[in-house]
Design a protein around this ligand. Structure first.
Ligand code: ADE
Length: 244
């Protein structure tokens, strides 16, 4: 899977994603990160890509043209069909005005061959180029960051781990919590007693059925306490399933 990331700070993204599991996936050729520096498409000798906003107001806005040219440079690298209106790759614009990112969206994006992500900076980007190229406006939560790079890295991380082969068997089994809609149960490793706190007895029992039951109860209780919204959703789905 290819991620094409349009940004003013390509090193920030390349450095972070070359570590850990995404780094391993890049080395193994399972994902590819193509960072495109919007500044390379500046239309002046100073490399400026921002300007004052029409109508006044504080702050600078990224200009349409360098963003559009950066986008074209990506499309031109892809197979010719990418220029076909129906086959255009998704272009995700990272913005606090977007739909809040979820695991379901990560799953959907992981089916794409190419994903283009646009990171804004300053006060935003000229609306005209957004209207022309963006297919999905995506936020990572109701707070405002200085730019779209961290949000873009979060999307790449969440999507990459769903690409077949990126996680080892054990790793993928480990983080399934959001799949059945409950939070993960608590887990423990050695030593058996840490600063006077012992590992729950049942986990040492070797009785698989009891362990399973304990983990399920812990997951339920933890979800009820920490994420009542997810708990209600889970209970509603369960009711529906038992009725059908
Ligand atoms: N850019 C700045 N803040 C953001 C947010 N919360 N989500 C996505 N992109 C952003």
């Amino acid at each position: 899977m290819n991620f094409h990331i349009m940004t003013l700070f390509p090193d920030m993204i390349d450095n972070a994603l070359s570590e850990s599991i995404t780094g391993r996936a890049i080395k193994n050729g399972l994902i590819n990160i193509d960072t495109v520096n919007i500044r390379d498409f500046a239309q002046n000798k100073y490399g400026h890509v921002d300007d004052y906003t029409y109508g006044g107001g504080a702050g600078m806005l990224m200009q349409a043209e360098p963003v559009y040219l950066a986008y074209r440079s990506i499309i031109e690298k892809l197979p010719v069909e990418a220029d076909d209106e129906d086959k255009k790759p998704r272009v995700i614009y990272m913005t606090p005005q977007g739909t809040t990112f979820t695991q379901a969206m990560a799953k959907e994006y992981s089916k794409e061959e190419n994903l283009i992500i646009l990171c804004g900076h300053y006060e935003g980007i000229d609306e005209r180029v957004l209207e022309m190229i963006v297919t999905d406006n995506v936020s990572i939560g109701d707070f405002v960051l200085t730019g779209g790079e961290l949000p873009a890295m979060m999307i790449v991380d969440a999507v990459s781990r769903l690409v077949p082969g990126v996680l080892g068997k054990e790793e993928s089994a480990l983080y399934e919590s959001f799949y059945d809609g409950l939070l993960e149960y608590p887990q423990y490793t050695r030593p058996e007693v840490f600063m006077g706190k012992a590992v729950p007895e049942v986990l040492l029992s070797g009785h698989h059925k009891n362990i399973e039951k304990w983990r399920y109860e812990q997951s339920l209780e933890r979800t009820r306490q920490r994420r009542p919204d997810l708990y209600d959703k889970y209970m509603n789905n369960k009711d529906k399933k038992t009725k059908n």
